[in-house]
Design a protein around this ligand. Structure first.
Ligand code: NAD
Length: 358
């Protein structure tokens, strides 16, 4: 940092161009590697459940984590009815800072990063939990996350058919349009959840509603299925009937947070669950018998956002993406903040607000 004393800033378009230049499947694979590496050094992180501010229509959350060398946090919202205002349900930005000085290295949009890291983590979990050879996925909820989930399962698990259902038919049509032409992938729009699940090895639930929804009931779930439950991620916001949970092997990201926010909020507080790092490190199996139903009860954990920020920072530095901005005051005499402020007001010596990168 000290060579510039400036913070790298990536707006949403900077991130989109960066991901576009790399290609989504490659970005997903690189991100999955970062997530795996960070989950494998689980003990090194200072972890906490996220801090959530709930309102009648949504939630705003702060998600911090640190490994003692870097500190990261994400700001993220969840407002399932935001489409009424032509705004996304989930919007996010994040910061990466160095612990030694506290200096913010990067401030970046993490809306796209959230979709990518969620999909990469889902596919990592499924790789350890789904039956080998799983090739058909039901995708319930075809909103902003849908393409990323589909591409991650296609690239990382070899899923070749996605049976897509949404209460909004236009959402399913958009998904099919956006992914038409991906080699070896077919999107099959269907009209019911039951039709989506017919023949599915994996079921991803990615719906948004601020309620205890019951997207899946026990009669729909067949032996051996892997459920990738993404949309239930807040107190009072779930997607699965509790009886499905009672008969399944459940893997979560960070137990203290998922007990509050995940599908398992519907179970007794001591119901057995396994954390993802245990599965990825080989300490616990992701699946027992082939007939077992497995569930990745995902709510999104700060460590995945740290992985996303770490990947984004390295990639942006390597490709000179974004800008350098004077995000925090950096007086030449660090204790003369007042004098620096007075200097900054003088027209002759006004400091540049930002520096474009080549
Ligand atoms: P979105 O609003 O863009 O899409 C949600 C889709 O779900 C919409 O197309 C909507 O029509 C559909 N839907 C709502 N109720 C449904 C139902 N009963 N049956 C079928 N479809 C239904 O939201 P998004 O950004 O795609 O996010 C989806 C969900 O995933 C949200 O609840 C969000 O909070 C959650 N999420 C979780 C993580 C995680 O890490 N676990 C990360 C990102 C988002």
């Amino acid at each position: 940092m000290k060579d510039t004393a400036m913070t790298r800033f990536l707006d949403a378009t900077d991130v989109a161009k960066l991901v576009g230049a790399i290609g989504v499947p490659v970005a997903l694979a690189q991100l999955a590697d970062h997530v795996r590496q960070d989950f494998l050094r689980w003990e090194q992180f200072e972890k906490s459940a996220r801090l959530a501010s709930h309102s009648p229509l949504g939630v705003i959350e702060l998600m911090p984590v640190s490994d003692g060398v870097q500190y990261a946090f994400k700001y993220v919202n969840g407002h399932p009815r935001n489409a009424r205002f032509a705004m996304p349900t989930v919007m996010a930005c994040g910061m990466l800072a160095e612990v030694e000085t506290g200096f913010p290295l990067m401030l970046a949009d993490l809306t796209l990063g959230t979709a990518l890291r969620t999909a990469a983590t889902s596919a990592l979990a499924a790789h350890a939990m789904a039956r080998p050879g799983s090739s058909v996925m039901a995708l319930i909820g075809n909103g902003a996350q849908a393409e990323f989930q589909t591409l991650a399962f296609h690239a990382m698990l070899g899923v070749r058919e996605v049976r897509a259902y949404d209460i909004d038919r236009e959402a399913t049509a958009r998904l099919a349009r956006n992914l038409a032409g991906v080699p070896g992938l077919s999107i099959v729009p269907v009209n019911t959840v039951q039709a989506a699940l017919a023949g599915a090895d994996i079921v991803s639930t990615v719906t948004a509603d601020k309620t205890r929804a019951t997207i899946l009931t026990p009669d729909m779930v067949r032996p051996g299925m892997h459920l990738n439950a993404i949309g239930g991620d807040c107190p009072g916001k779930t997607e699965l009937h509790p009886d499905i949970l009672r008969q399944a092997r459940i893997v979560v990201e960070y137990e203290p947070q998922t007990r509050l926010e995940g599908e398992i909020q519907q179970l007794a507080p001591d119901a057995p669950v396994t954390e993802l790092w245990q599965v990825l490190s080989g300490r616990a199996p992701g699946r027992g018998a082939a007939s077992e139903v497995t569930i990745f009860d995902s709510v999104g954990f700060a460590l995945e956002d740290y992985s996303a920020l770490r990947w984004l920072y390295a990639t942006a530095c390597a490709r000179h993406a974004g800008r350098h901005v004077e995000l925090v005051a950096m007086p030449p005499d660090p204790r003369n903040l007042y004098g620096w402020m007075m200097e900054a007001q003088a027209p002759r010596s006004a400091a540049p607000q930002e520096t474009a990168l080549a």
